[in-house]
Ligand binder design. Sequence first.
Ligand SMILES: [Fe+2]
Length: 255
Amino acid sequence: MIDLHCHLPVHLSDGPKDFGTAVRMLEQMAASGVRHVVAVSHFDPKLEDRLDSAVAALQPEAERCGITLDAAFEYDFSQISTGLKLRTLSPQSRYLLVDFCCYQLPFSARDMLESLEREGYHVIFVHPERLFSPSKLPDLEKLHQLGACFQINAISLLPEASAPVRRMARAMLRRGLVDVVASDAHRDTGRRRPCMGEAFAWLARKYTQKKADLLCQVNPQRLLENKPPLPILPAPLPWERALQWFCRFLPSRER
Ligand SMILES: [Fe+2]
């Protein structure tokens, strides 16, 4: 698996408070099958050099765990302006992590998306399920049609997430609006722990192994390589599943 959004750099923004915590996070991720991590800090222009040195300090431990590291910023929607040099998921990628950081979908979201596309960047909006209610699904759908990607947090699929967050995450999955699942982990315990393995198991059980692979491995890899994510087909509704099941028993028509 690939985790495109993990707050692993020590002492940067709200990431781990000490080196030992970051090492335990790496070990947990390795044990669950994660092999590539984008180590993320919230954007601050003053952190540009510190991000590189914090990730370099983790490289030996990451190698020991069999994990490849990249470094990126998570941008607050309001921090982005045209002409700014932005830090993407990897040197090859032009995909950016962007957090709306507010509970109302900004009116300028579409304009911002289009101006970033003109500058050659592509946007991954992070954890919309934590910010918005299902009433915003049509607006998210329009942004998705314009090329925006959506990443939900692994924990949002698990029982410990709040009911509204879980409901929104599942509604987005049903509509085919989720391109990637990532941990957004900040520490080694609690709700901000790395839990890609648990989310993968949930997706494989609830949907299919193929869908879990697409969301946790195939699409993250494509975004790192600057390729658009493969579309995730909307899940059939319960009555559609029942109809598919019933149709299996109908005699096939011979020509
Ligand atoms: Fe984050």
